[in-house]
Ligand binder design. Structure first.
Ligand SMILES: [Zn+2]
Length: 217
């Protein structure tokens, strides 16, 4: 057993599920990346760059420090690894990151639409808004900085303009659940938008109630 085997396995299991369920754009594609912070250390286990997930093994998952120096794994880490590090450095409440090219959130990404508070479960898990992060090319320092600028809202999901989605969690299980919930909420919001009807959002008391719950948990 290696020191980081559990974290590498957690990243692999989540990545395979996301790939099989279309969250990375295509089953044989590699659109998206996942990481887990190694507990109390400036180190992360992260998916490798440009490789399909369907035949990936735990040994293919990279372990790098916050300077992106490789510590374990034979492949180059995801080109978005700096974005994951930027999140861990700025959000101590986050220990797992799932970046996807999931379909319905990507529809909102191309119309640069943030999601307002529509459902109790959404507001409880994500926070009061799913904000859109300004576009910058994948893997760029500009994208890292654009993401960091939005992290102060303490929310757990973001739309990446013309790109996809970013789902955070206190552990891999929560980041995974948030990813699925974001797709459901995005699908409903998209369908609601195209009706052209007025969209009802949650009352402020409900938003405050869940904000207080999130702060105390
Ligand atoms: Zn991407």
């Amino acid at each position: 057993m290696g020191e980081w085997d559990q974290e590498k396995k957690d990243v692999l299991v989540c990545a395979k599920w996301m790939s099989e369920h279309g969250y990375f754009g295509g089953y044989r594609g590699s659109g998206g990346n996942i990481s887990v912070r190694i507990k109390n250390q400036p180190i992360l286990a992260v998916t490798p760059s440009g490789r399909s997930y369907w035949n990936m093994t735990a040994d293919d998952i990279c372990v790098v420090n916050f300077d992106l120096k490789p510590l374990e794994g034979q492949f180059v880490p995801s080109k978005e690894a700096a974005m994951h590090v930027g999140i861990y450095k700025n959000r101590t409440d986050v220990n797992a990151v799932v970046h996807t090219h999931q379909t319905y959130a990507s529809i909102l990404a191309v119309i640069d639409e943030s999601i307002p508070p529509l459902f109790d479960e959404e507001t409880k898990e994500f926070g009061p808004v799913v904000e859109s992060v300004a576009y910058a090319i994948s893997g760029s320092e500009d994208l890292v900085q654009n993401v960091i600028k939005k992290l102060g809202n303490n929310c757990h999901c973001y739309i990446l303009q013309n790109h996809g989605a970013l789902n955070l969690g206190r552990d891999i299980d929560h980041a995974w659940k948030n990813t699925e919930l974001l797709e459901k909420v995005s699908k409903i919001y998209y369908a609601a938008l195209i009706t052209g009807r007025e969209i009802a959002t949650l009352p402020q008391e409900t938003i405050d109630y869940f904000n207080n719950m999130r702060k105390s948990s």
